[in-house]
Write a protein that binds this ligand. Structure first.
Ligand SMILES: [Zn+2]
Length: 163
């Protein structure tokens, strides 16, 4: 076969593979789940969605990485709101006591840690997908537990300060 095949020919070849793949399989349309058995065009006969045959990888799951993202995002949401409320309260009602200032500072630091964690996880998407799925799940669980334990420890420290 010559290498001067046009892109259109390449697409047609891909469609040939798709047609032979679904020729005797009840493979569902990824959009509407209509059976694509005996497909004659590169689109779903039911919903009209364009179709293509692809090579996939089970490592490309978004779940574990999303759990890690959500762990930091939840922490950021909580710490950010508490920080903002405490800063506003201290601005409205200034105090010389170190406890409220210390606790507000603690929440600002926690917010910063959550932002850094979120950025780190967001940037490591391709590194996650290069790991086996079980490793990705362990990493996600480790992030979730670490964020929880960090908040439990800091919360306990604040409780001891206040009481
Ligand atoms: Zn369809």
């Amino acid at each position: 076969m010559r290498h001067s095949l046009s892109t259109n020919t390449g697409d047609f070849m891909g469609f040939e593979h798709l047609m032979s793949f679904v020729a005797d399989r009840d493979e569902p349309c990824p959009m509407c789940e209509y059976s694509l058995r005996g497909l004659t065009e590169p689109c779903c006969p039911e919903c009209g969605a364009a179709l293509e045959l692809r090579v996939g990888s089970p490592q490309l799951r978004v779940g574990p990485w999303a759990v890690a993202m959500v762990s930091f995002a939840l922490g950021l949401g909580f710490d950010g709101v508490v920080s903002a409320l405490m800063i506003v309260a201290l601005a409205v009602n200034p105090t010389a006591k170190w406890e409220p200032i210390g606790i507000a500072s603690g929440f600002v630091v926690l917010t910063g840690v959550m932002v850094l964690g979120l950025i780190r996880i967001a940037r490591s998407r391709s590194a996650w997908t290069r790991c086996p799925v079980h490793t990705q799940r362990i990493q996600a669980a480790a992030v979730f537990v670490s964020v929880g334990v960090l908040h439990a420890v800091v919360g306990a420290a604040f409780f001891l300060v206040v009481s």
